[in-house]
Design a protein around this ligand. Structure first.
Ligand SMILES: CC(C)(COP(=O)(O)OP(=O)(O)OC[C@H]1O[C@@H](n2cnc3c(N)ncnc32)[C@H](O)[C@@H]1OP(=O)(O)O)[C@@H](O)C(=O)NCCC(=O)NCCS
Length: 345
């Protein structure tokens, strides 16, 4: 079977061919066809890509593509999404990259079949991605080291690390009981009363964080309309003398409702009250709440550079479950907002 460019021209109307990407390793040269958003993957290609991702996940111990990217592999409408396939001599898919534009800098995820690694496929895909792209790696441990070595070899540097941390709610190291100064009291969020005060607390606590700090009333209402919304899970530390004044909050989440896993969704402490142990205390209150629901585990997402938060969680027995790293070209670093392409808590 013919290879690039003939092979990729057969890929269908609307596909654009990237050729002459690399050729120096004595390997069959795959064709790398770029399909635009009006030309989603065919059902056969979707199946092949998901099978490739599954083989990689089995080999690496981590999913190479995040949920949204996997969904877009199957989607018939691919708004802002582009797919790149690296196709081998027998027509099989050796590698896959997806890039997407939307809010923040364009981001991409890529994966190479375990049997086709170290033959330049990853480099070929990477070089075909749009300029200024940020590439996610979702692997930890040895597979994470490979992704980091690969990114470095391509001149990419890590710009963001998002840690998924977790712990058992039933076993493992005990967390201390919440100790609060008597001037504080604890209550749960009251819909219809606390929205504005909570938004102000959140905006102040996350003033440095464009995603979380820019949460508006409409965003809050949207979340409060979700099936997982439970005001009892949004715990407030308030002034005992004036319970309308919020000092800290811990929004816990159980999604799907009735599931086994809870989440530390958003922890916020008013800036002028930080450094007094309120963050730890309110985190503990949320853990107590989730344990009382009978859940098995709790997880959270935290940016690595949020040192205070990472330390708080580690001291409460949370351990890394996964680390998601985002890489960018060294000359792009600083031009784009480092915290604009994923939800962070
Ligand atoms: C990371 C990944 C895409 C690399 O794909 P690949 O096709 O094997 O990469 P290449 O052959 O183009 O490697 C280019 C360079 O990266 C580095 N590299 C790649 N794999 C490496 C490894 N296992 N150990 C050390 N360096 C490695 C080397 O410098 C290599 O050049 P060399 O082979 O001449 O030494 C692939 O391992 C993969 O699919 N991993 C799972 C998904 C993932 O982590 N994606 C995120 C990427 S940021």
């Amino acid at each position: 079977m013919g290879l690039s460019p003939q092979g990729s021209e057969r890929a269908g109307l609307g596909s654009r061919v990237r050729s002459s990407l690399w050729w120096n390793r004595g390997m069959p040269r795959p064709s790398v066809a770029l399909r635009d958003t009006t030309n989603p993957l065919t059902p056969d290609e979707s199946v092949a890509v998901l099978a490739l991702a599954a083989r990689a996940a089995a080999a690496d111990g981590s999913e190479p593509l995040s949920e949204q990217f996997r969904l877009s592999v199957r989607a018939r409408e691919t708004d802002g999404v582009e797919h790149l396939l690296a196709v081998g001599p027998d027509g099989g898919v050796l590698g896959y990259a997806q890039s997407r534009t939307g809010e923040g800098p364009p981001s991409a995820e890529l994966v190479v079949a375990p049997a086709a690694r170290r033959s330049g496929v990853g480099t070929a895909l990477l070089e075909s991605l749009p300029h200024g792209i940020r590439v996610w790696s979702h692997a930890s441990g040895a597979a994470g080291d490979v992704a980091t070595a690969f990114a470095r070899s391509a001149g990419l540097v890590p710009v963001r690390s998002l840690h998924v941390m977790g712990r058992s709610l039933q076993d493992g190291p005990a967390w201390p009981s919440a100790s609060l100064d008597p001037r504080y009291a604890v209550r749960s969020f009251q819909p219809g009363l606390d929205e504005d005060a909570w938004l102000a607390l959140n905006a102040a606590a996350f003033a440095h964080h464009p995603e979380q700090g820019s949460l508006r009333r409409a965003d809050l209402d949207q979340r409060m309309a979700q099936t997982w919304w439970d005001p009892a899970g949004l715990i407030l530390v308030v002034e005992a003398a004036d319970p309308d004044v919020l000092a800290a909050s811990h929004w816990t989440k159980v999604d799907p409702p009735g599931g086994e896993v809870g989440e530390v969704y958003v922890v916020a402490v008013a800036p002028d009250r930080q450094g007094q142990g309120l963050g730890r205390a309110v985190t503990v209150l949320g853990l107590d709440h989730l344990r009382a629901l009978g859940l098995a585990r709790v997880v959270l997402y935290v940016d690595e550079d949020n040192v205070a938060a990472v330390r708080t969680y580690a001291a409460l027995g949370f351990e890394d479950v996964e680390v998601h790293r985002q890489f960018a070209r060294a000359d792009e670093v600083g031009r784009a907002d480092p915290a604009s392409s994923a939800a962070v808590h």
